[in-house]
Design a protein around this ligand. Structure first.
Ligand code: GLN
Length: 487
């Protein structure tokens, strides 16, 4: 191989593999070598799935040799968040309670990407059970930001975002319950998408808050993100909340004209952002206006209650979902005098402090004396948010806001203060509560030379306009010229 495929887009790699310019095996080996050489500084990966990757790459090369279609993602290396079930391969959720657990099945999204020729390079780090915004809640390691190793990559899908930003893989999968794809994408200067709820199967995604969780792509550019979303989306009988509708055509939107599209800048979400972030969102809006979109400011008042509602609903669902980790059927088991003590010991040892905090918050919110006051009320607020968005979408096709209020913060800066950490997701949470799609697009660097992300939101199944607008922003966004730590 006379050239390197590191740093190439997914579609470029797939086309080079398809035409035989490079073999899938060479591509996989090159990316694995890079990770082995540098990930001890970054901690993007909890484990490398080298055997699987090489097997999958060889299979792609064989298909090409036999004249078969190798798939849309032929030979493209991909990182998998470690809350996606991988058959026979450790799936830990970055928790001690699942330390050596090997699922007996693959998540539906993995079956889909494997069929499309993607090559799974490894399992990426996350905040334990996807609860957090920095990966500092991982019980194994803290992932660093590839642009500055003293800063966080965001979270909870921080390992996946760092892998893509560091050029370890052109693609990665994450999950987004309150912002866990978009916020790390913003902090790492890449594209991250949370699809419409129900568009991507949750089968095999280890549940955090089931009414909010969605799997989605990370990529270097909007076109690659659309390509990966196309591969993983679609109805699945194994997920009762999976949509069975015709999916919007979002892959052909990159470069399409945006004349006349109505873009609303959400007043409430721009107000609290750092000045540099606000400036970037307004600059992105300016780009859209100059390209023919109709841009205006819009108030979506109920979004200000998003954070409060989320921190009742998400922990409530988590407290129920995480009841299954009891040391009986699988996962960590610490033997006690009797069954009850075995539960207590296993869960006390197995869960970290943030997970325990959420289980307690959720159990409290659902307890009979408080159910109406907390959980019930939060559900009403959720409806208010849905209605508030519906009103805005009567006049706008997409909405714009910061993805995160600030750029990447220093490791440790918020670790002791859960509330300030929770505030990282103030802009992303409302769309999870509404079930709407939203994505983060990089827009240059801030004062400390760290990436800024702009969020594009759309109504349910509005992915076509969302990608179209995101691509228009991307095409005029200031380039991120800064190098990552190993370059
Ligand atoms: N940071 C948010 C939380 O801690 C969102 C997490 C997520 O989207 N998985 O709950």
């Amino acid at each position: 191989m006379s050239f390197s495929t590191v740093g190439m887009s997914a579609s470029e790699i797939a086309s080079k593999v398809r035409t035989g310019e490079v073999s899938a095996l060479e591509v996989a080996q090159e990316h694995i070598d890079l990770i082995k050489q540098h990930d001890s500084l970054l901690n993007a990966y909890l484990h490398i799935t080298e055997d699987l990757a090489l097997r999958q790459a060889k299979r792609v090369d064989e298909k090409i040799k036999n004249g078969e279609d190798p798939g849309l993602l032929a030979g493209v290396p991909i990182g998998l968040k470690d809350n996606l079930a991988t058959r026979g391969i450790a799936t830990t959720c970055a928790s001690q309670i699942l330390k050596d657990w090997k699922p007996p099945y693959d998540a539906t999204v993995l079956e889909k990407i494997y069929k499309s020729g993607a090559v799974a390079i490894g399992k990426t780090n996350l905040d334990e059970f996807a609860m957090g915004s920095s990966t500092e809640n991982s019980s194994y390691v803290t992932t660093k930001n590839p642009y500055d190793l003293s800063r966080v990559p965001g979270g909870s899908s921080g390992g996946s975002a760092a892998s893509v930003a560091a050029r370890f893989t052109p693609l990665a999968l994450g999950s987004d319950t309150g912002g866990s794809i978009r916020q790390p994408a913003a902090l790492c200067g890449i594209v991250g998408v949370k699809p419409t709820y129900g568009m991507v199967s949750r089968y095999g995604l280890l549940a955090f808050a089931s009414s909010l969780d969605q799997i989605g792509p990370f990529a270097h550019n909007v076109a690659d993100a659309a390509l990966l979303l196309k591969v993983i989306s679609g109805h699945d009988d194994k997920d009762s909340t999976s949509l069975s509708v015709d999916l919007p055509d979002f892959t052909s939107q990159v470069g399409a004209p945006i004349d006349g599209l109505r873009v609303g800048i959400v007043t409430e979400l721009i107000e609290g952002a750092a000045p540099e972030v606000r400036k970037a969102v307004l600059a992105a809006a300016g780009v859209l206006a100059a390209s023919g979109a109709k841009v205006d400011h819009v108030s979506v008042p109920a979004v200000t209650y998003g954070l409060s509602a989320y921190y009742l609903i998400a922990p409530a669902e988590a407290s129920s979902n995480l009841a299954r980790y009891d040391g009986v059927r699988y996962g960590l088991r610490i033997e006690g005098q009797d069954m009850n003590e075995t539960y207590v010991l296993s869960r006390t040892k197995g869960f970290g402090p943030e997970v325990k905090r959420r289980i307690m918050l959720g159990t409290f919110a659902l307890s009979s004396g408080y159910y109406d006051a907390y959980y019930g009320r939060a559900q009403k607020v959720r409806t208010m948010i849905i209605n508030s968005f519906a009103q805005a979408y009567e006049n706008f096709d997409v909405l714009l806001s910061p993805t995160a209020p600030t750029t990447a913060f220093e490791i440790g800066a918020k670790a002791q203060d859960p509330l300030s950490m929770y505030l990282s997701d103030v802009c992303t949470i409302p769309t999870n509560l509404a079930g709407h799609p939203a994505m983060s697009v990089p827009y240059g660097l801030g004062e400390n030379e760290m990436p800024i992300g702009v969020q594009v939101m759309a109504p349910a199944l509005g992915e076509a306009n969302m990608f179209r607008i995101a691509a228009a922003i991307e095409s005029k966004a200031p380039a991120i010229t800064r190098k990552v730590f190993w370059q």
